[in-house]
Design a protein around this ligand. Structure first.
Ligand SMILES: [Mn+2]
Length: 213
C-alpha cells in the first residue's frame, strides 16, 4: 500500500482514538498513550512513508488548570521517542485548546499544528480565518510536507461541534475561495467518507492548487 500511496500522491494521516492523552495526570494513561503512538508510527514506517505522513492528536484535557496541563503536554512530548516526534502533530479543538493555545505549545516544542477549520470557527480567540491558515501553516517544515487542514461543518440540529454527515458543497466552495493563496492538503472529517470526498474532488478540481495525478 505504501507504493500505491506514493504513486497516487496521496497524503496519509492517522488519528488515534480519544484515549491517547499525553497530558493526563495519570502515569498509566501516559505510558499507554505513548505505546499507542509508537504503534501508529511503526505502521507508517512499515508503509515506508516519509515524514509528511502524520499522526494527529488533540492536546488533551485541561484537568482544572490549562497552563499546568499544557506544561505537562510539553514535557511529555519532549520525552517521547524520536519516531513519534517525526510524525506527531496537534490539532486545535472546539472546547479546550484553541489555535492560540496550540501555538503556545508549538513555541516551546516546534510541534506542527494541524488547523481544524470547523473547530476554529467555534473557538477562534479572535484569530481571523486567514491568520489561522497563516499561523498554523508556519509551523510545518519542509520535512513535514505542506500543512494538513481538517475540514468539516456543523451537523444541523446536532450538538455544537458535531461533524456533518454529508459535505456542504456551498460551504466547501467558499472555504476554498477564502483560503487563497494558502496551500495545504485537506482532510475531510465527514461521516459518509468517500461519498463526500468524491463530491469535494469535483469542486476542488476547479482550483489550481489541487493536483490530480
Ligand atoms: Mn479535526
Amino acid at each position: 500500500i505504501g507504493d500505491r500511496i506514493r504513486n497516487y500522491n496521496m497524503r496519509v494521516s492517522m488519528h488515534p482514538d480519544q484515549f491517547v492523552l499525553l497530558n493526563s495526570p495519570r502515569p498509566d494513561v501516559v505510558s499507554n498513550s505513548t505505546a499507542e503512538l509508537l504503534y501508529h508510527a511503526k505502521v507508517l514506517n512499515l508503509m515506508k512513508l516519509d515524514g509528511s505522513a502524520k499522526i494527529q492528536i488533540h492536546v488533551g484535557g485541561v484537568y482544572g488548570d490549562k497552563k499546568e496541563a499544557s506544561r505537562r503536554f510539553i514535557d511529555r512530548y519532549n520525552a517521547v521517542p524520536e519516531a513519534i516526534k517525526e510524525r506527531l502533530v496537534i490539532e486545535n479543538d472546539e472546547r479546550l485548546y484553541s489555535l492560540s493555545d496550540c501555538m503556545a505549545i508549538n513555541y516551546e516544542t516546534g510541534i506542527p499544528i494541524l488547523l481544524d477549520v470547523f473547530h476554529h470557527s467555534i473557538l477562534s480567540d479572535g484569530i481571523s480565518f486567514a491568520d489561522s491558515l497563516s499561523l498554523s501553516g508556519s509551523t510545518w517544515s519542509d520535512e513535514d510536507g505542506i500543512p494538513i487542514v481538517d475540514y468539516s461543518t456543523q451537523q444541523e440540529g446536532a450538538r455544537k461541534g458535531r461533524h456533518t454527515d454529508s459535505i456542504d458543497l456551498h460551504n466547501f466552495t467558499s472555504f476554498l475561495e477564502k483560503s487563497l493563496p494558502f496551500n495545504f492538503d485537506i482532510m475531510l472529517e465527514i461521516k459518509d467518507k468517500e461519498k463526500s470526498a468524491e463530491a469535494a474532488i469535483r469542486v476542488a478540481r476547479k482550483d489550481e492548487r489541487f493536483q490530480v495525478n
